[in-house]
Design a protein around this ligand. Structure first.
Ligand SMILES: Nc1ncnc2c1ncn2[C@@H]1O[C@H](COS(=O)(=O)NC(=O)[C@@H](N)CS)[C@@H](O)[C@H]1O
Length: 459
């Protein structure tokens, strides 16, 4: 049995998906009217942009445009976990109650757990999280300290029977989560894994166009006493937060870091968590008052991730031991680390929209550019659009070409609602003058230029 070599892929090997689309062939059920049931903008826009459709309370079907963004977010999460040296697995959504009995969480977990009986009357459940299952995998195969450190993670659907699902995918009952689990020989090693996750989360959220602030939080049903939540500031956020405004100046950026370097990762933890930043669960008024008045902020935030260190809570309960190389056997130190992948679509829209619709950051936009034909059927316009479509596709970008025989107003409204970063408008007058109009969704700035320049500008 060779030791589990921890492969750290430098270049991530996830294929870049590039699939262009014609609106006439797509399935994009944009809503004309504002859905009444939506209370917050992200829920409203996800319905109006034809991204999701509610199947039942807190449970959604992901329609093509929403599913495309979900997969882009998933790809980024995979890339940053691979960069941190964490290894992807996929565990089942349906679990046996037996493992949860071993850890003592089966009864403790409460009504949020969806409990199921199979045809043999066996007690099963739809996974709300997977500490027990992953610890069972570990204990079956890893018995030596030589195989540590090891972090396994998955991106998998979860079910929590929330008493009040609301705000669309923000608080669903079935939701998509990246959940990672580290196994280490000592507490010190496990706290390094904690810091590795913090670094990978800072990078991930910035790539999604978000500033997610790590805040001390409460561990709840997962357990342990070291935990930070990552919160995106938003008035519609469910968490009340208290923080030192200096923390919003921090940015991880594209600095290099060696994920195996304990001191470097510890330094990032200190840099990003030394200032006061807490959720209402851990807020300490006295401590907060030590922050200069002008920097004391109270706001609301959306929790988009959480990292935990909980020591030997599960390894003790489930006998996940390794030989320590000194003749003894010790329970491994663990932690678990979650990112709310489906919740992130809502968080990104809350952070990036206007009164006309969504404004996607470049890193997650479903398509890079919308091509809008003002007069489908006009030979010159059609030819110009087809040429743009082919050239963007050849360049590895993903155009969405609105080739429908629809009035221009409806086309503009749809493009603004679905929020692609760029729009190219092709009309008979412009073509006669040898130009197309390039509009930036975020700024509204519109410039006329030859098609060739438009391609160069957007690449
Ligand atoms: N009902 C929900 N709807 C959408 N996202 C959710 C929901 N509940 C939790 N999440 C997301 O999932 C993330 C991780 O969930 S958690 O409970 O904090 N952590 C865990 O479950 C740990 N097992 C991490 S592996 C949260 O930070 C949040 O972003």
């Amino acid at each position: 049995r060779g030791s589990l070599v921890q492969i750290k892929p430098d270049a991530t090997d996830f294929p870049k998906k590039a699939n262009p689309m014609r609106m006439s062939r797509y399935f994009l059920p944009v809503l004309k009217e504002t859905p009444r049931e939506a209370q917050i903008v992200s829920h409203r826009y996800m319905l109006q942009a034809g991204m999701i459709k509610q199947a039942s309370a807190g449970i959604y079907s992901w329609l093509p445009l929403g599913f495309k963004v979900l997969r882009k977010i998933e790809d980024i999460v995979h890339e940053e976990q691979a960069r941190a040296g964490h290894i992807a697995i996929q565990m089942p959504t349906i679990q046996s109650a037996d493992l949860w009995r071993e850890s003592g969480r089966y009864d403790a977990y409460g009504d949020e757990m969806l409990r199921i009986k199979d045809r043999g009357g066996r007690e099963m459940l739809f996974t709300p999280t997977a500490e027990e299952l992953v610890t069972d995998i570990f204990r079956a195969h890893v018995t030596s300290y030589k195989d540590l450190p090891l972090t396994l993670y998955q991106i998998q659907w979860k079910f929590r029977d929330e008493v009040r699902p609301r705000f669309g995918v923000m608080r669903g009952r079935e939701f998509y989560m990246k959940d990672g689990y580290n196994f280490d020989l000592t507490k010190e090693d496990a706290l390094h894994a904690y810091n590795r996750h913090l670094v990978s989360y800072l990078r991930t959220y910035e790539r999604l166009g978000l500033q997610a602030i790590p805040m001390r939080a409460d561990s709840g049903p997962i357990g342990g006493d070291d935990t930070h939540e990552f919160l995106v500031l938003a008035e519609t956020g469910e968490s009340e937060v208290f923080y030192d405004s200096e923390i919003t100046d921090l940015k991880f950026g594209d600095r290099e870091i060696d994920y195996d370097d304990k001191a470097a990762c510890q330094a990032v933890l200190e840099e990003f968590t030394s200032r006061y930043a807490r959720t209402d669960e851990t807020h300490d008024e006295a401590l907060f008052n030590e922050v200069p008045e002008t920097r004391r902020k109270v706001a609301r935030g959306i929790e988009v991730g959480q990292i935990f260190y909980f020591g030997t809570k599960y390894s003790d309960a489930m006998g996940a031991m390794v030989d320590d190389g000194k003749g003894g056997k010790v329970p491994v130190h663990m932690g678990s680390h979650g990112i709310g992948v489906s919740r992130l679509l809502g968080a990104i829209i809350e952070a990036s929209h206007d009164d006309k619709g969504i404004i996607w950051p470049e890193g997650v936009t479903p398509f890079h550019v919308g091509i809008l034909n003002m007069r489908s059927g006009d030979e010159a316009c059609d030819a110009a659009c087809e040429d743009l479509y082919a050239k963007f596709t050849a360049a590895g970008l993903e155009p969405l070409y609105d080739d429908r025989d629809e009035r221009a107003g409806a086309k503009f409204g749809t493009m603004d609602m679905i929020g692609l970063p760029w729009r190219i408008t092709v009309g008979p007058r412009g073509i006669k003058n040898g130009v197309v109009e390039v509009t930036c969704r975020r700024t509204g700035e519109a410039v006329e230029m030859p098609a060739a320049d438009a391609i160069a500008k957007i690449q």
